[in-house]
Design a protein around this ligand. Sequence first.
Ligand SMILES: [Zn+2]
Length: 220
Amino acid sequence: MNQLRKRVYQANLLLPEYGLVAGTQGNVSGIDRKRKIIYIKPSGVPYEKMKATDIVGIDLNGNIVEGTLKPSVDWIHHAFIYKNIPEIGGVVHTHSVFASVFAACEIPIPCFTTGQADIFGSEIPVTEYVDNKADNIGKAILKHRKPGCPSIILGRHGVFAFDENPEKAVFAALMTEYFAKINLFAIILGKISKKTLKELPKYEIKKWYERYHGKGYGQK
Ligand SMILES: [Zn+2]
């Protein structure tokens, strides 16, 4: 089996494992740029029953080129992101709980702590509400995304995360949920204790982001 198809299958299984999805919600895709094929979760298949061969290969217009099942109904938003952001190789969509609280309120996730600065390099931005017709979601993502920030909150909907491959995109979705949780509690505690919360200054955020994404971080 195609390596990327298998990786997309395994990346999809991480969503329930990380507690980022309920039921059949959520989806992960990955793109083979050379062959112009997107591998994506099939529509409406429960994660616990999904097999690697259920992952659907589609072209950029949604025509099925590998597999027999229908692709996720969200394929069009994934394809739009791949068409418009050439460096992206993996896309994730979830309605994860804490991030969806920010989505419900149409509030970006502020950058209060260094861990968020490391990964996202900014607040996690939010879009206005858009319906799911045609390119509306994709266009809203393009309009509001911040360069270098691998996720975005979709107003009154959920999360889109994107990075150079499916595994990194899942990590961005997981971290979006993690910082949404921290920040929601911080905002509540701030109110109770009458503290004015402060975002990290822009130059500090930049410093942490560059250190994390630079050559010195992690193992060789
Ligand atoms: Zn959705």
